[in-house]
Design a protein around this ligand. Sequence first.
Ligand code: 3PG
Length: 306
Amino acid sequence: MKVLVATQKPFAAVAVEGIKKILEEAGHQVVLLEKYAAQEDLISAAGDADAMIIRSDKVDAGVLAAATNLKIVVRAGAGVDNVDLAAASERKVVVMNTPGQNSNAVAELAIAMMIYMSRGQFTPATGSEIMGKRLGIQAFGNVGRLVGKKAGALGMKVSAIDPFLTPEQIAAGGATPLSSVEELYSSSDFVSIHIPATPQTIRSIGHDLIGKMPKGAVLVNTARKEVIDEEGLMTILEERPDLKYVTDVAPDNYAALKEKFGLRVFATPKKMGAQTAEANINAGLAAARQIVDFFATGNTRFQVNK
Ligand code: 3PG
C-alpha cells in the first residue's frame, strides 16, 4: 500500500526513519511530503495514497475527494479537529489518532509556560513562584493528568474538572474534583486548558469566565486557539491589568494583544507543544504501527469516526 506521510511541520528525522522502517518492513511504500507550501500540494500528493499519516495537516473534504484510494488516515497526535470526520465517514475512510503518545511533551510545555509567565518572561523584574499556587486543570485527559502530576510534584495545589469523568476518577488522578468550570476559574491562580476544539467548546472561554479568575491569575492554553473567544479575551485583559495569557497557539489578534499588553501575553511562534524528538517518535511510530496493523488484521482500535 502507498502511505503518504504529510507533515507541514515535519517530524524529527529519527522519527521519519522509524516510520519508514516499520511501514517498509511490512511491505508498504512510503511517500514523504514535508513543509509543503499550499493545500493544493497535499491534495495532489493524496491522489493515489492508500493511507496517510498527518499531524495538524488539514484533511478536509477536498483532500478526501481527491484521495480516491484512501482507506485510513492516522493523525499522529491527539486532536482530530483538522480532519473532516463526517466527510471521511461518508467515504468509508477510517480516521484514527494516537492518544497519549505526545502528551508528556505538551504537559512539560504547560508547566514551562507557567514558570515563564511567573518570571516575567525571563526579564529581571521580580517574579513569583508557582509552589503553593492553585492550578485548575480544564479537562483531565492524557495531557491534563500529566500536568496535574508534575504540578503536584512542584508543590502546586491541583484541582480539575472533566465532563467525562466522575469526581472519584479525578481524585484518583491526584486532583481535587470541582463541580463547575466557573468554580475552576474562580478558585485558580493558574488555569491550564486541555479541551479539544469541538462545536461545543469553540469560543467557550471568554470575558466572563476569564474574569472570574483571582487577582494576578494566568491562563495557559496549550490546547487550541479556537476555544478562546478572542474579543472577550482582549476586553477582559483591558479591564483586568493583573491577568496574563500564555498560549502555544497564537490567537488571530496576537499582534494587537502584544502591542496592548506586552509581557502580560505570550504566544509561541509556531505550535510547539508536541514538537520534541520523543513525542515525534512516540506518535509517529504509533501511527505507522496502527496502519500496519489495520491493513494486516483490520484493527480499528483507535478509530475516532465510528
Ligand atoms: C495534538 O493534537 O496532538 C497536538 O496539538 C500536536 O499537534 P502537532 O502534531 O501539529 O504538533
